[in-house]
Design a protein around this ligand. Structure first.
Ligand SMILES: Nc1nc2c(ncn2[C@@H]2O[C@H](COP(=O)(O)OP(=O)(O)OP(=O)(O)O)[C@@H](O)[C@H]2O)c(=O)[nH]1
Length: 533
């Protein structure tokens, strides 16, 4: 079969893409690693600019000032840079658990993930939760054990913990030689090569110095008295650990493990090399009708995140779209599948972080930003030709609820509009109970309420207070049998509500209540997640 030049170009470009996110428990070193990755991709010139870029952003709006105050990152950003013939798309995710929904959805847009573990702490709660999400799609994971310049736990114990707690096989690619003040570098098992760490060089050093062969005289001299102990430990490790297996890695069953220090910029290059060489190029994605391969020539993609622009004065919002197939070209016409409308995309943003050139094209694996004036929602699909609706971008049932009380009753229209838009962005979920005029906000993390209040005030000029409300969780209702559904909605109307997207929802006051209802109404589906259609 002959292929068109366009098909060839798309395949070639897609094969170069590596789209991944970094997942970690807060404080494990995600921001520091991001900065080193950007340095390697020459997307920034000097260390420290990621932090300062953040600081600039903070200055632009109050709710981001809040992020600064609390010292956590709330928003997800996208960074693109070339590295060794690849085009890397790095998706940043907020580390704080209160923003987990955003993180979950970002993980639907990547093809692999980098898991950062603080070597002193091991596998922490947030890492476990994020791994569970990755497992839903068998996302391949590369692991980096960070902070070797400090006292870390026994590396064998750390690998055991990864295997036991995260239920994934761990294959060490490098092995650390000492830690803290005695951190001498890492040994690459397959290469039989030592990479030497020199404290204090940090991002100044372009490449680590190496010694070939653990048995070489040079290596013996370098390790001195520690040589015999290290060789012994290594034998143990090689006997007990899994070898790297590409197929198991791609299936999400095995993670290659690297050691280093992000702060000292040591070992991060090995991780990026692994992502560039072994991590998958853009993978096929499922739609309601069929699977879409990245090298199909017709464009398709889905929106996984909507973010209020950094500049609140214009109140424009950016929808982040992951390209699944074809080529984006400036000015192209696409179907907005949910609305059944054709739209012209003239001014999509790309996220080439060096800002050296304005890109007019983008390919599978890339993320583009669409200006959104209210017509785009999370989960929306855009396609050329055939109408394709991508699946698998979920809403999660909130576990925290507040009743919204408006301070100025004349502002109820603005309040509704604000809440509707913030819910579309995924900042929180909004519910309108059937039995009264209450407005209930739902969230996965308590900080989401603060963000909503602060943005309502700044962007919609609405002041409101939140009151405690006695709810345990929400479940989206589904039932194919219209008669049964009617019977249920009549009986359960006290606890039913519509969410921001007009979906019928059951607001359960207690866990026991929900269990009883599920037992009593076996034909009704109570869903803990909802797809965005
Ligand atoms: N000693 C040492 N400290 C490190 C290393 N990497 C990061 N840190 C420090 O650990 C702290 C947290 O690092 P960040 O990169 O901000 O962590 P983060 O995971 O982005 O944190 P969140 O934004 O909360 O998600 C900072 O004080 C870093 O300087 C390392 O290799 N060694």
């Amino acid at each position: 079969m002959t292929q068109s030049p366009l098909a060839d170009e798309i395949r070639k470009e897609a094969e170069q893409r590596r789209t991944f996110a970094i997942i970690s428990h807060p404080d494990a070193g995600k921001t520091t690693i991001t900065e080193k990755l950007l340095l390697m991709g020459k997307a920034i010139d000097v260390a420290g600019s990621v932090k300062s870029r953040k600081a600039d952003r903070h200055a632009t709006s109050d709710w981001m000032a809040m992020e600064k105050q609390r010292g956590i990152s709330i928003t997800t950003s996208v960074m693109q840079f070339p590295y060794r013939g690849r085009m890397i798309n790095l998706l940043d995710t907020p580390g704080h658990e209160d923003f987990s929904e955003d993180t979950y959805r970002t993980l639907t847009a990547v093809d692999s993930a980098l898991m950062v573990i603080d070597g002193g702490k091991g596998v922490e709660a947030r890492t476990i939760a994020l791994m569970e999400v990755c497992r839903l799609r068998d996302t391949p994971i590369v692991s980096f054990i960070n902070k070797l310049d400090r006292d870390i736990r026994d590396p064998i114990e750390l690998l055991d913990e990864i295997e036991a707690v995260l239920s994934i096989k761990a294959a060490p690619i490098t092995w650390p030689i000492g830690c803290y003040k005695d951190f001498k570098g890492v040994y690459h098992l397959a290469q039989d090569r030592l990479y030497l760490y020199q404290a204090g060089l940090g991002s100044e050093r372009s490449q680590a110095q190496c010694i070939d062969g653990l048995n070489s005289a040079e290596a013996r001299e370098y390790l001195g008295d520690d040589w015999a102990t290290f060789a012994e430990q290594l034998e143990l490790v090689q006997g007990a650990c899994h070898l790297f297996d590409q197929e198991a890695f791609l299936a999400g069953r095995l993670t290659p493990v690297f050691f280093g220090t992000a702060l000292g910029n040591f070992g991060v290059d090995q991780v990026l090399d692994c992502l560039a060489d072994a991590a998958p190029a853009p993978l096929p994605r499922q739609t309601q009708t069929r699977e879409v391969a990245p090298d199909e020539t017709a464009f398709s993609g889905f929106v996984f995140k909507i973010q209020a622009n950094m500049d609140p004065r214009h109140r424009d919002r950016i929808a982040f779209l992951r390209i699944c197939s074809g080529r984006y070209q400036k000015g192209m016409k696409l179907h907005h599948v949910r609305l059944g409308k054709e739209v012209k995309i003239a001014d999509a943003l790309t996220f080439f972080s060096s800002e050296r050139e304005q890109l007019d094209e983008a390919f599978p694996g890339d993320i583009i930003g669409l200006h959104n004036h209210g017509s785009i929602q999370i989960g929306d699909s855009f396609s050329e030709g055939e109408r394709l609706s991508f699946t698998g971008i979920p809403h999660f049932a909130p576990e925290l609820f507040r009743r919204v009380r408006l301070k100025d009753p004349l502002k109820s229209k603005q309040l509704r509009q604000g809440l509707q838009e913030l819910a579309e962005e995924g900042q929180a979920q909004v519910f309108f109970p059937q039995r009264n005029n209450d407005i209930i906000l739902g969230a996965v993390g308590v900080l989401q309420f603060d963000v909503v209040a602060s943005r309502l005030k700044e962007e919609y000029r609405v002041e409101c207070a939140f009151e405690a409300v006695n709810l345990w969780s929400a479940r989206w209702i589904n039932c194919k049998d219209a008669k049964k559904l009617k019977e249920f909605t009549d009986k359960a109307s006290e606890n039913l509500a519509l969410d921001g997207g007009d979906h019928l929802t059951y607001l359960a006051p207690t866990r026991v209540n929900l269990a009883l209802m599920q037992e009593r109404w076996p034909d009704i589906e109570f869903r803990a997640t909802r797809e965005h259609h």
